[in-house]
Write a protein that binds this ligand. Structure first.
Ligand SMILES: [Zn+2]
Length: 269
């Protein structure tokens, strides 16, 4: 599933394509026909991302909410939209550009109270300037739940997925199974700041890089990472491989059906 940086990039991209323009909308597949008809002919005022949720705000207090989930995908381009191929849930076009959405978990119109309710059920998003990290820590410091699970819970922190959480915990030297209540205030302040740094960099680069300069292949002479996700990481999907810092084999475990990766030496706690 895409992590928050991807959704923030899409929000910026969609604003670039359509903000201030009247859009025409339809649902070639038919599943969003009614919503598309209501959107069609309105002007896109702006876009925003909140965690993994994308919002398009249209004139007349009409908000389009998209959650890509595991399979959702956007495509876009300039000029006339291509003929729809396959299951296109939503197609937008203006005089200048077009956009297609396939396979999302959610594609719906929300009223202002529904937008407020969506924001209320999400934790602070490290990529938003209005984020309040204290809200997340209020949950974490009282909880016996492992830190990795708390950070993946979108109602605690929004936008963080397995890569950011795994890597931020490594960089902080914290074991993923540490109970939330054992994380100090100073530890949280540092962890939040690092999430902001890592996620902001990912928005800029369009990929997740978490390795500090001193541990990069150019500096240490190790082989670079080969992975379709790109980017250099410390422990994510590197079970059994040597830790870039101490050489210990990276461990793998599971937590609520998800894989966890950590260095037993660097993250001994
Ligand atoms: Zn290590």
């Amino acid at each position: 599933m895409p992590e928050g940086h991807t959704i923030h990039r899409l929000a910026a991209r969609h604003a670039e394509l359509f903000a201030g323009d009247k859009v025409h909308a339809d649902s070639p597949q038919g599943r969003f026909a009614e919503g598309a008809a209501r959107l069609s002919g309105t002007v896109l005022d702006g876009t925003e991302a909140y965690g993994k949720h994308l919002l398009h705000h249209y004139a007349g207090e009409l908000t389009l909410h998209v959650h890509l989930g595991l399979y959702g995908k956007f495509a876009d381009g300039a000029g006339e939209p291509p003929a729809p191929v396959g299951q296109v849930r939503l197609r937008l076009h203006s005089d200048r550009n077009w956009l297609e959405l396939r396979g999302p978990t959610a594609c719906e119109l929300l009223t202002p109270p529904e937008v407020a309710a969506l924001r209320d059920r999400l934790g602070p998003d490290p990529l938003r300037t209005d984020a309040d990290p204290d809200r997340a820590y209020a949950r974490i410091r009282r909880s016996p739940t492992p830190l990795a699970a708390l950070l993946l819970d979108q109602s605690v922190v929004a936008g963080t997925g397995l890569i950011f959480v795994t890597e931020a915990l490594f960089r902080a030297g914290l074991p993923p199974l540490l109970p939330g209540r054992d994380l100090s205030t100073a530890g949280w302040v540092e962890l939040w700041a690092d999430l902001v740094t890592l996620m902001t960099r990912a928005v800029e680069r369009g990929r997740i890089d978490t390795v500090r300069d001193a541990d990069l292949p150019e500096v240490t002479g190790r082989a670079p990472r080969v992975d379709r996700h790109g980017g250099e990481v410390y422990v994510y999907r590197r079970p059994g491989a040597p830790c870039h810092v101490c050489g210990t084999e990276v461990s793998r475990g599971t937590l609520a059906g998800r894989n966890l990766y950590w260095c037993p030496t660097c993250q001994a706690g």
